[in-house]
Write a protein that binds this ligand. Structure first.
Ligand code: SF4
Length: 337
């Protein structure tokens, strides 16, 4: 069943720090305070729009939900909870900072119908956390994640790549640390340099180099594959288009189909590793029918890359193959002659 969120943005509120990459107003496209009346109105409209209550969550995103003024936080939850109680939505999802989680706030969230909590972990490397002014430690991420699971919430963890001081090795280590925390969902965001941020200033002074699109795709493909192997669902890869990101964009690996590029890269990496064992020539690559476009790559990138390496491939479907599983046969030994 396709999962959906009714997203309500709580822009840049409750943040005791200003993270180097964040201009929450730009990311959410929202600048004014969300009111309880607006929450009610949005949810009433969503109910009338025929959302499936069994697969749709109310999602408070954008700020650090549990760090905002407590009375204000409760005023938003108070108007959202009745919709969950009536069965109009399956639950409430919030996003927050690892250092804004404790037993007291988790009990409150339980009482108000919250079912899923996403933590902006971003990195488990202390140096990266410090350089990007996150204001929390690796230990905060671990403690908060364990506490969220202990209280029976669905746990989501968000990580970023290409932060100031970050490396591919540090991102791969963050990925492994996240896997060991066993979240239910993960989001991966390559860092986009936005106007009005510390990274933006550093970039303009030549003191910060964003990832190229190519290197971000190469790294995020590896992360995506690792989470898949560990049966952890990646629910987002790359920033959403819209929400004014394009307007505030300065630099970095932003692409509207970033996830598709990464999926294509995974298939290219697998095909290359198998073909490397074979001499140049004509081959047939079999993949699951639903994966043909990913194996082909955007604008036939994968086919063309393999051709430049000496492998002229035809891509065919085979239903018994799973996602990320491919079979390679020389053309003369295949059924396609
Ligand atoms: S904690 Fe989140 S919302 Fe707050 S400044 Fe950092 S990234 Fe932005």
């Amino acid at each position: 069943m396709k999962h959906a969120n009714i997203s309500l943005f709580v822009p840049h509120m409750g943040c005791p720090h200003q993270c180097s990459f964040c201009n929450q107003k730009t990311i959410s496209g929202s600048v004014k305070e969300l009111t309880p009346e607006e929450v009610t109105e949005t949810l009433q409209v969503a109910c009338g729009a025929g959302n499936n209550p069994c697969s749709t969550e109310i999602a408070f995103f954008g700020g650090s939900f549990t760090a905002i003024d407590r009375a204000y936080m409760l005023s938003l939850l108070e108007v959202a909870k009745p919709f969950v109680d009536k069965g109009d939505f399956m639950g409430i999802r919030i996003s927050t900072r690892p250092d804004a989680i404790n037993e007291e706030v988790l009990s409150l969230l339980k009482d108000f119908g919250v079912t899923a909590i996403e933590l902006g972990a971003q990195s488990t490397d202390e140096e990266v956390l410090r350089l990007n002014n996150r204001g929390h430690s690796r230990e905060d991420i671990i403690n908060a994640s364990q506490l969220i699971k202990k209280y029976g919430f669905s746990l989501g963890l968000q990580m970023m790549t290409g932060l100031l001081g970050d490396t591919d090795e540090k991102s791969l280590k963050t990925c492994e640390d996240i896997i060991s925390l066993r979240p239910d969902t993960v989001r991966i965001y390559p860092t986009i340099t936005l106007e009005g941020t510390r990274l933006g200033e550093l970039y303009l002074k030549g003191e910060y180099s964003p990832q190229s699109l190519e290197s971000a795709v190469s790294l995020c493909a590896k992360l995506l594959k690792r989470f898949y192997e560990e049966e952890i669902t990646v629910i987002r890869l790359g920033l959403h288009s819209g929400g004014n990101v394009e307007e505030g964009y300065l630099a970095g690996p932003y692409h509207q189909a970033f996830g598709e590029l990464c999926e294509g890269q995974i298939y290219l990496d697998i095909a290359k590793s198998i073909l490397e064992e074979h001499p140049d020539g004509d081959y047939v690559i079999y993949v699951n029918p639903s994966e043909i476009s990913k194996m082909t790559g955007q604008k036939k990138k994968n086919k063309n890359t393999l051709l430049s390496l000496g492998y002229n491939v035809t891509i065919k479907s085979k239903s018994k193959l799973n996602k990320y599983e491919i079979e390679v046969k020389p053309l003369e030994a295949s059924d396609e002659r």
